[in-house]
Each structure stands twice: as C-alpha cells, then as structure tokens.
Design a protein around this ligand. Structure first.
Ligand code: NDP
Length: 301
C-alpha cells in the first residue's frame, strides 16, 4: 500500500470528525479498545476539541507512523502486537521505555514521535493508590511476556528487593531476568523459575503480580501454579487482567482475605499519563474518577 493510500486510510478514519487535534491508537485487533472512552472524556471535560480514533494496522507500521506525523496527529497509543516493533520508527525514546523495550505512547515532537511506556507507570500508580508499594518488597511475577517486561522494570525502578519471575517457557523468564539484572547493581535481584519448579521459591511474604493471559477466558483456572497453598504467601496481589473483573487468581486471593486489585486502574492510569504527555497537563482527581466510572460501566455494565 502506498503512503498516499495510508494517508487516505487515516483521513477516512477521521472523516466527519470536527476537531482541532487528532489522536489515535494503532494495533491489531483494535475493535474492543476502551481507550477512546478515556481520551474523548478528557477532551470533552477540558474542551480540548480532540478526537481519538482506533486504527487496525495490518502491516507497513513505519509508513503509518510517518503518515500520522505528516497529517499532524499529536499523539498515538500503540498496542498489541506493535509495542516493540514501533521502536525503529521513533525519533526519540524515553529512557524507561528504552529499558523496557516496549512503547505504548507516541508524543509528537519536532522531528517525529518520541516513545514512552505509560503501562509501567500506570501499574505503579494503581499499586500506590491501593496503599501498597514496591520498595524493599519481594515480588512473585507470573508470566514473562510483553506486559511482564514493564512489570519487571517497575520492580527494578521502584527498588523491589527481589523478584521471582515464573513462566511456562522458562527461556523467556530467563531472558527477562538477565535483562533486568544487567541494568542492576544488585545483579541477582531477578530470578527466573520454570512454572513446574515453583516450589523452589523460598517461603515468604510476597506481592504477587499476575501477568499471563490465563484468566481472560471465563473458564480459565489459576495461572501457572495450581497449588492453592502457594498463593497464601501473598500479602497483596495484582492481576493485569481486568475483564473478567474476577479471575480465578483474584477470587482465590479474596477467599484468602488477601487485598487484590485487577488491571482496570492500570488501564485507566496508562491512558491518563499518556494524555498528560500529549496535552502537557495534569488530569485532576474528579475527572479521573469520572473516567473510571465510565470504563467500569462499559466493561462490567
Ligand atoms: P504476551 O502474549 O506477551 O504474554 C503472555 C504470557 O502469558 C506469557 O508469559 C505466556 O507464557 C503466558 N501464557 C499464555 N497462555 C498460557 C497458558 N495457557 N499457560 C501458561 N502460560 C500462558 O501477552 P502480554 O504480556 O501482552 O499480556 C499479558 C496479560 O496482561 C494479558 O491478559 C493482557 O490483557 C494483560 N494486560 C493488561 C494491561 C492493562 O492495562 N491492565 C496492559 C497490558 C496487558 P509463555 O511465555 O510460556 O507463552
């Protein structure tokens, strides 16, 4: 597809949109994205006159990024499967995003887009809001995929004392642990463990962070470790999944009276932080609560 066609496709996406500034998201699939709820609500509240449009991108990602820039789009989100692939097409990258190796937010600058990762800060904000912290805590991460990279980096940046990364494919957990330890002065902070060797995790009190996609389907069971006793070591738990609201992991934590949050606040805050970057503003608490309400109703009815 030529660049002109790409521009036409993007223009078609914005047809009938009367606005001063254009925002959007590139991904595939993109039909069910909730991000327009976040960004259109912010625009309406502050009368920014911005509109946020999802684009399902099949290939030619670099050409799309260039076409978006040529058309004056001020900000983009990037989602699955392009968070890593977009990096070569950026003019600049934020230091944290570079270390994570994934970008979910593009901010227009003089020569192109600068890439950020607001998933990581979004998750951190949701944990702090739940009156928890990462500093000096021991963490058990379940999963070592794309989202887990941002979670591991959060553990690094906010100074967890230890992080066990458990994954079905241990090579991925190993790579992630090595990448994190390589940036670290405490070079053994991250430890990879194959899910069938979960018993090698020392007994302790841990923050559990569930970063696998197990739980997305209603009939999914517990992720990676089926031994319920294992989860009793949690003092706090996060599941990145927000739909369904209560995965088997969250239900088990609640049954054990362990405070647990799902990924909805992470979704909320990654969007809020992205919008703050695009508009160089600070979203107030009243608006944040309004957006959360809208997301909640849209997902859970
Ligand atoms: P990836 O596909 O990159 O990684 C998937 C992870 O789940 C891997 O660790 C994979 O293990 C594991 N996994 C998948 N299926 C199974 C299975 N049947 N048994 C055991 N392990 C399995 O996905 P992401 O990292 O991008 O996303 C992970 C989750 O995080 C998703 O549910 C997503 O919805 C959620 N998420 C939530 C966000 C939010 O804002 N709340 C933001 C981003 C993600 P293996 O390596 O062995 O394949």
């Amino acid at each position: 597809m030529s660049k002109i066609d790409l521009k036409d496709k993007i223009i078609a996406g914005y047809r009938n949109v009367e606005s001063d500034k254009l925002l959007g998201i590139f991904g595939n699939p993109i039909k069910h994205t909730l991000s327009p709820v976040i960004h259109d609500t912010i625009s309406d509240y502050y009368s920014f006159n911005e509109r946020y449009i999802p684009f399902e991108i099949e290939d030619n990602l670099g050409d799309y990024v260039k076409a978006a820039y040529d058309l004056g789009i001020i900000g983009l989100n990037i989602t699955v499967p392009y968070k890593e692939k977009v990096i070569p097409y950026l003019s600049d990258i934020d230091e944290d995003a570079k270390k994570i190796g994934a970008v979910n937010t593009l901010v227009r600058s003089q020569n192109g887009y600068k890439g950020y990762n607001t998933d990581m800060e979004g998750l951190y904000r949701s944990i702090i809001e739940a009156n928890e912290d990462i500093k000096d805590k021991e963490i058990i991460m379940l999963g070592a995929g794309g989202a887990a990279r941002a979670v591991a980096y959060m553990c690094f940046k906010y100074k967890a004392s230890k992080a066990y990364i458990i994954n079905r494919s241990v090579d991925k957990a190993q790579r992630l642990a090595e990448d994190m330890n390589a940036m670290d002065d405490k070079s053994s902070r991250f430890i990879s463990i194959s899910s069938d060797k979960y018993e090698t995790v020392p007994e302790g009190r841990y923050i559990f962070i569930q970063c696998t996609s197990v739980g997305l389907k209603e009939d999914d069971g517990l992720p990676l470790v089926t031994d319920k006793e294992f989860y009793k070591q949690a003092c706090f738990a996060v599941d990145l999944i927000y739909n369904p609201a209560k995965t088997a992991f969250i239900k088990l934590m609640e049954d054990n009276n362990i405070p647990a949050i799902n990924g909805l606040k992470m979704l909320l805050y990654q969007g809020i932080i992205a919008n703050e970057l695009w508009n160089n503003t600070k979203i107030n608490n009243e608006l944040t609560a309004q957006i959360y309400d809208k997301l909640y109703k849209k997902i859970y009815g």
